[in-house]
Design a protein around this ligand. Sequence first.
Ligand SMILES: [Ca+2]
Ligand SMILES: [Ca+2]
Length: 223
Amino acid sequence: MTARMQTICVCTSLAMAFATASARANLLVDPGFENNPTTNYFTVLNNFPGFQGFWGVEAATINGVDGPVVPPEGVRMLRMVSDGLIATQAFQTTDVTSYAALIDSGGATAQVSALFNANVQAAAAGMSIRFFSSGSWASPISAVFGNLVLDSNPATWEPVLVAPPVPVGTRWMVTELIYNNASLQGHAGYVDAARLVIVPEPTTLGLLTLGGMAIMRRRGRKL
Ligand SMILES: [Ca+2]
Ligand SMILES: [Ca+2]
């Protein structure tokens, strides 16, 4: 196989992987902060079933263009500010009972990602995925965190991605968006294009998809 053929083959595989991945349902409601109002985080975390699909926030609003920061998808984004404590957070709960067979086989991976941006030097952004055995904050199984120190360019959006295996017995998940308050230095931190997808694991397809995301991440940093 020539180098060109190999390149075409890899690109085709990646394209197929992305096409398949994009066909998988994003389990988050209003992942781009375009349609629904936010509510209080306390309300969401105290009633998973009743407030599934709401973004529950500590100190945040849904905004359009804000100075030099432009939403990367759609016309709105989440604008998070300090809540005066350590970190400002936003949460959404998701019922994954329909994935129970796959999850309890030990063969599920959660792919969780979002784009972050701030008009300040070295803002500390992060996200987590938390696993629960029932629709209650009182039934935690585990949590996995990812974080990234952002560049100072308000024109660039940088992804945070975590892709842990889904623990057996998981029935609910909580997706969390985070900024360290002190790192914002009185400015806002922005989020858009959040994503939560459950995929079979481990598969070649999954590895290709993650490889593709890594490529996108590197390209994003060059902007
Ligand atoms: Ca958006
Ligand atoms: Ca940036």
